[in-house]
Design a protein around this ligand. Structure first.
Ligand SMILES: C[S@@+](CC[C@H](N)C(=O)[O-])C[C@H]1O[C@@H](n2cnc3c(N)ncnc32)[C@H](O)[C@@H]1O
Length: 193
């Protein structure tokens, strides 16, 4: 992966306004088709296309999609598992530390993605610790999220605050972020290092 080199430490994401948004490495991440056993954790069950987990499976990742909503799990299973043999789907509340520890093997995931999910999970710091336990060495956590500060007050609950960014990026050895479009959602790529 060729990055432009402007990769801020995760704990300094807020001040790293010069992070790249379009270098080759960022466009490719997450990527590698054909890489084995790389299920994302909480990303999954968008009932309407495009379904992020199905896209990862199409790229060659062995993907496990999890979601706490039975309807979202059923919709993803019904619409995509016949099309994507690499895709499995399971109901799981990622806020439930015991359930995650019970149902997801530690160190088994090369990639965990959460697209438009993290804002809904309480205790972002604990979520980050939970994800680190799931990742294999060198694995990445890719969080795509709205930022509360960019949203009108009545919609801030679907974004993460600056304080929450500091919480969930804490404890990672390596990280970068980039915006998907001006004023759009932000994508964080974090590795334990
Ligand atoms: C805005 S949707 C995003 C869905 C999909 N990742 C996408 O990008 O289209 C948020 C999803 O997060 C799921 N979710 C919210 N809290 C959750 C939790 N504690 N555990 C697992 N999934 C959760 C919801 O059920 C919903 O499917």
């Amino acid at each position: 992966m060729q990055h432009c080199g402007r990769r801020p430490a995760p704990s300094s994401a807020e001040r790293s306004t010069d992070c790249c948004g379009g270098c080759e490495g960022c466009r490719e991440e997450p990527s590698p088709p054909g890489r084995p056993a790389s299920p994302p954790a909480t990303d999954s069950c968008s009932p309407t296309p495009p379904n992020y987990a199905a896209c990862l499976a199409a790229l060659g990742w062995d993907t496990l999609a999890v979601d706490w909503a039975e309807s979202a799990v059923a919709a993803t299973r019904d619409r995509y598992t016949d099309l994507q043999p690499r895709l499995r789907v399971r109901r799981l509340d990622f806020a439930d530390a015991d359930a995650v520890a019970r149902e997801l093997p530690p160190g088994a995931f090369h990639l965990v993605t959460m697209r438009l999910v993290l804002a809904f999970l309480p205790d972002k710091r604990a979520v980050g610790e939970r994800v680190r336990r799931l990742l294999a060495p060198g694995g990445a956590w890719v969080v795509t999220t709205s930022l509360a500060e960019r949203l009108v007050p009545e919609r801030r609950g679907i974004g993460v605050s600056a304080e929450e960014v500091a919480e969930f990026t804490e404890g990672w050895g390596e990280g970068a972020w980039y915006d998907l479009g001006v004023g759009g959602v932000r994508c964080f790529v974090l590795r334990a290092g």
